[in-house]
Design a binder for this molecule. Structure first.
Ligand code: NAD
Length: 483
C-alpha cells in the first residue's frame, strides 16, 4: 500500500487498545478485486479472542458512559478531524480493497466522517422527559441511558461509512463497540481503529475483530453482555443473526437488502429522468442497497427514456478504480460476476431484450460490463432478486395503480424513487409504496440527519438522525414519590 502514513495500514485485529494476532496463527489474504493482487493478510481470531473483545468493551463501558456527553463529543470530533486529515490515505485503502473509483472512495470518507461529527453533537441532546404526574406527591420522568456493549457487523460495499454510521451513534450515546467488518474489506476498519486511538478514544471503546464470519457473528449474537446488535448486510444473514440473538433478548437493528423501484411518470423530461436513473443504478458498480433495480417507465415516454439511458451508458469507463476517469470499478469477487451473468442469462431466456452490455470488453476477470435489459417481467431473477451488479432492468406500465402494484411486488422495502411533477400522483404513489425511504425527483437522499432503513425483509430499526441514536439508548422511567 502506498500511503502517506503507512501506520494506517494495519494487519492485526484491535482489541482493548492492542494490535492482536490470532491465537492459533491462522490468517487470511485480502485481495484487490481489480488486479487479484494480495494486499495483505488479516488474522483469523479464535472464539475466546472474540469474547476477550467483549470483555474489553464491557470493562471500558464503565468509564466511557461516565464521561460527560461533551467530553465524548470532543473525542469524537478529534476522530472526525483525523479522518478528514487522512482522507487521501483512507480513500486509497478503500479503493484497493473494495474496488470503487477513487473519487467515490473520497466521497465515502467524507460521508462516513460526517456521521461522526453529527452524532458527536447529537450525543449532547439525548434528552429524557418530564411527565405531568397523575400520582399525588410524586415527580415522574425518563432518563436516557446507553444500552451497553454494541456489536456492529458490516458489509464490504461501504467499508467505512457503514461502520461510522453505527459506531458514532453508539459511542456518542455512551456505548462501547465491537466491530466485525466484512473479510473482503478489513483495512478501512483497522485504519479507523488506528485513528480512534490517536483521537484519544480510550482502549476498549472501539474494538475490531476479524475471523470466520459465521463463528464471530454467532459468538457476538449469543453473548449476554452484548446488549445491542447492529447488522448491515444481506437479508438471509440478517435473519440468521436475529434468530441467534433471540436467546439473549438484545436490541437488534438490521439494515438489509433492497430492490428499489424507480418510477417514471408520463410528464417527465425522459432525458433528465434517464440520467437520474443511471446515477441511481450504477453507483458502486450497482453494489448498493439503494440501487434502482426495477425501472418502471410510463409507456408514453418509455422508448425515449430507454434511448437516453443507453446513450448515457455508452459514456461509461470500466476499469481499475485507481485509474483517473473510471466510472465503474470491478465487482467484489468472481462469484459476484458469475451471479450477474446468471441473472442476465435468466432474463434473456424469459424474453427480456439486451439493449446494452458486451462482456467481451471486460478489463479483467472480476469486472462486469454494465447491462441494460428491457421488457423485464416479474418472473425474472432481475426483478425478484437484489442483483447487486451493474444490471439495469426496465419495464413499461400504463396506470398509476398498475405501477404501485408492480413497485410493491417484492419482499424488499428499503428505498424507492419517483420521478413526476404531478403533485397528486406523487402523493398517491408515495403513500402507497411499502418502502422505508422514498426519493422524489432526486436520487440523493442519504446523510447523517435522516432515518435510514427499510420495511418488510429490508430490516428493522433506523440508522442516522435522532432515530439512529435511540437504537443505542434505553429509556429509564422514574417515579420519585414522597414529595
Ligand atoms: P453479507 O450478509 O454477506 O455480509 C455482511 C456481514 O455479515 C459481513 O461482515 C460478513 O462477513 C458477515 N457474514 C456473512 N455471512 C455470514 C454468516 N453466514 N453468518 C454470520 N455473518 C456472516 O452481505 P454483503 O455481501 O457483505 O453486503 C451486501 C448486502 O448488504 C446486500 O444485501 C446489501 O443490500 C446490504 N446492504 C444494506 C445496506 C442498508 O443500509 N440497508 C447498506 C449496505 C449494504
Amino acid at each position: 500500500m502506498k500511503l502517506d502514513d503507512p501506520r494506517l495500514f494495519r494487519q492485526y485485529a484491535y482489541i482493548d487498545g492492542k494490535w492482536t494476532h490470532g491465537d492459533a496463527g491462522r490468517e487470511e489474504a485480502v485481495i484487490d478485486p481489480a488486479t487479484n493482487e494480495t494486499l495483505g493478510h488479516i488474522p483469523l481470531l479464535e472464539p475466546e479472542q472474540i469474547r476477550a473483545a467483549v470483555d474489553a468493551a464491557d470493562a471500558a463501558f464503565v468509564q466511557w458512559r461516565a464521561l460527560r456527553a461533551d467530553e465524548r463529543c470532543e473525542r469524537l470530533l478529534a476522530w472526525y478531524d483525523l479522518l478528514q486529515a487522512h482522507r487521501e490515505d483512507l480513500a486509497y485503502i478503500m479503493t484497493r480493497e473494495q474496488g470503487k473509483p477513487l473519487p467515490d472512495a473520497r466521497g465515502e470518507v467524507e460521508y462516513g466522517a460526517s456521521f461522526i461529527r453529527w452524532f458527536a453533537e447529537e450525543g449532547k441532546r439525548t434528552f429524557g422527559q418530564t411527565i405531568p404526574s397523575h400520582i399525588p406527591n410524586a415527580a415522574l420522568g425518563t432518563l436516557k441511558e446507553p444500552v451497553g456493549v454494541a456489536a456492529l457487523i458490516t458489509p464490504w460495499n461501504f467499508p467505512l461509512a457503514m461502520i461510522t454510521r453505527k459506531a458514532a451513534a453508539a459511542m456518542a450515546a455512551g456505548c462501547t463497540v465491537v466491530v466485525k467488518p466484512a473479510g473482503e474489506t478489513p483495512f478501512s476498519a483497522l485504519a479507523l481503529a488506528e485513528l480512534a486511538e490517536r483521537a484519544g478514544i480510550p482502549a476498549g471503546v472501539f474494538n475490531v475483530v476479524l475471523g470466520d464470519a459465521p463463528m464471530v457473528s454467532e459468538v457476538l449474537c449469543k453473548e449476554e453482555r452484548v446488549k445491542a446488535l447492529s447488522f448491515t448486510g444481506s437479508t438471509p444473514v440478517g435473519r440468521l443473526l436475529l434468530e441467534q440473538s433471540a436467546g439473549t433478548v438484545k436490541r437488534v437493528s438490521l439494515e438489509l437488502g433492497g430492490n428499489a423501484p424507480f418510477i417514471v411518470g408520463p410528464d417527465v423530461d425522459p432525458k433528465e429522468a434517464a440520467y437520474a436513473a443511471v446515477a441511481a443504478k450504477f453507483q458502486t458498480a450497482g453494489q448498493d442497497c439503494l440501487a434502482a433495480n426495477r425501472i418502471l417507465v410510463h409507456e408514453s415516454v418509455h422508448d425515449e427514456f430507454v434511448a437516453h439511458f443507453a446513450e448515457r451508458m455508452q459514456a461509461f469507463t470500466v476499469g481499475n478504480g485507481l485509474d483517473g476517469e473510471v466510472d465503474l470499478g470491478p465487482l467484489i469477487h468472481r462469484r459476484a460476476v458469475d451471479k450477474a451473468a446468471a441473472i442476465v442469462d435468466d432474463a434473456l431466456s424469459r424474453g427480456a431484450t439486451l439493449v446494452h452490455g458486451d462482456q467481451s470488453a471486460a478489463p479483467g476477470e472480476n469486472f462486469f460490463m454494465p447491462v441494460l435489459l428491457t421488457e423485464v417481467t416479474a418472473d425474472m431473477k432481475v426483478w425478484r432478486e437484489e442483483n447487486f451488479a451493474p444490471v439495469a432492468g426496465i419495464t413499461r406500465y400504463s396506470t398509476d395503480d398498475e405501477v404501485i402494484e408492480m413497485a410493491n411486488d417484492t419482499e424488499y422495502g428499503l428505498s424507492a424513487y419517483i420521478f413526476t411533477h404531478d403533485i397528486r400522483r406523487i402523493w398517491k404513489i408515495m403513500r402507497a409504496l411499502k418502502n422505508g425511504m422514498v426519493a422524489i425527483n432526486t436520487v440523493k437522499m442519504t446523510g447523517p440527519p435522516i432515518p435510514f432503513g427499510g420495511v418488510k425483509q429490508s430490516g428493522l430499526g433506523r440508522e442516522g438522525g435522532t432515530a439512529g441514536i435511540e437504537e443505542y439508548l434505553e429509556t429509564k422511567y422514574y417515579c420519585l414519590g414522597g414529595l
